[in-house]
Design a protein around this ligand. Sequence first.
Ligand code: SF4
Length: 311
Amino acid sequence: MKYLYGPVPSRRLGLSLGIDLIPYKICSFNCIYCECGETTKLTNKRKEFKPVNSIIEELDNYLSTKPELDYITFSGSGEPTLYKNIGKIIEFLKNKYPEYDLALLTNSSLLTDRQVRKEIKKLDLIVPSLDSVIEKNFQKINRPHEDIKLAEIIDSLIEFGKVFDGKIYLEVFIVPGVNDTLEEFKRLNKIVEKMNPDRVQLNTLDRPGVVDWIEPASEETLKNAAEIIGKKAEIIGQYSSNIEKMSINSKIREEIIETLKRRPCTVKDLSNILGLHVNEVNKYLRELDKDYEFKITNEKRGRFYFLAEEE
Ligand code: SF4
């Protein structure tokens, strides 16, 4: 499949079929924790990056086999709402396959655009990110396109929260030393009260991010944040369940180990070699990280993973 990947079992979405509408690695942010690597094209301009009819055709072919799915999810290796015709795809799915629930993982940056809000309003679940409500921390973590303004994102999240009929799980990625202060959590909570999402999911680093200095937040920090936010808060990330483990294919796992013993590769290299989506590759790397010690180097082409022979 060219545009679809999975279905992938995930804790948040159950069995989810991914739709990736954006070429690697175009995004409106360049987050320091991005598992897909550095953004190579930073933009806030929407475009039909891939022909909408081909995407619809692939979806139609796949869904006509009536697969069992909990969600069809717009996600991938860049910001899905940058895709200009996401609304057409949602229309198609809602008309022809109304039995499936649709989800969107978004960095929230384009929710400031009324047209985007209109196109995504029929979704069943939106997981928007809001890592910091303080400008300097937002800049440090998300490194957005220069035209993107945090205050406008916050306003649009609050507005959208009032009119959206589906569920909203707000995601907050906590970076120690940046957005882990009491002040940050209290200010975030004020926004949460106005926005009224169904859940607030607190996440932290699982695997090395784009920069060297980023570390996972401690369980204590995540619990402190959860306490301030109250009963809607939920801790995910490295403390989450073993659901991903259940979807590990031992042959693919071995293939990745053998490849990384032979030569250092980026996530994108592994994706090309194995014909897997980058999100799938990341899932395997997360799993292998528990048993192996990767040698990691940052080079011009991105982050390289390598496994020394004796391991
Ligand atoms: S918004 Fe998502 S895809 Fe874009 S840089 Fe951040 S983590 Fe990566």
